[in-house]
Design a protein around this ligand. Structure first.
Ligand code: THU
Length: 161
């Protein structure tokens, strides 16, 4: 028998330790929570992508009376970024959630499984990992690439000969 071990290091930074680029993407995601359309869950999620052309593209969760038809904030942001600037690389992605009483959630707003798969594809298009920033009341989790959150993600390699 063989075993493999999967380990990951996640840095947790104070706001004062963020670079200017990190701070700008976190601020953009915070602002994007205000544009959430979430009348069903009342959980407002904002996301922001920093692109290598300097643009910051934001998204927020968009819900629907037919629940599965809604979309998460980070997928909205990533798809918008890729449809607006298909040649650009996504360098950083921040996701943040606010509760019904407009308070930032205690823990991180970690991307759901489907969003992790979409972020994996964005990294594939990039040819490089995306830095994922997840603010929480304990600090900002900084994750260098989706493989930390999605080990064994389904990749392009599997569908090519
Ligand atoms: N949601 C996001 O937008 N991103 C996440 O990472 C987790 C969940 C949204 C989907 C739904 O509109 C609401 O949060 C509650 O699940």
């Amino acid at each position: 028998m063989k075993t493999i071990e999967i380990a990951a290091k996640i840095r947790i930074l104070d706001e004062s330790e963020l670079t200017l680029d990190q701070k700008n993407v976190v601020d953009a995601a915070k602002l994007a929570t205000s544009r959430s359309y979430s009348p069903y869950s009342h959980y407002k999620v904002g996301a922001a992508c920093l692109l290598d052309n300097g643009e910051i593209i934001t998204g927020s969760n968009q819900e629907n009376a037919a629940y599965p038809s809604g979309l998460c904030a980070e997928r909205t942001a990533v798809f918008y970024a890729q449809s607006r600037y298909p040649e650009a690389r996504i360098l950083k992605l921040c996701i943040i959630g606010k509760t019904a009483s407009d308070i930032y959630s205690k823990g991180v707003c970690a991307p759901c499984g489907a969003c992790r798969q979409v972020i994996l594809e964005a990294e594939y298009r990039n040819g490089a990992p995306i830095e994922i920033l997840l603010p929480s009341q304990q600090g900002i989790y900084v994750i260098n690439g989706i493989s930390t959150l999605l080990p064994f993600g389904f990749s392009y390699d599997e569908v090519t000969e």
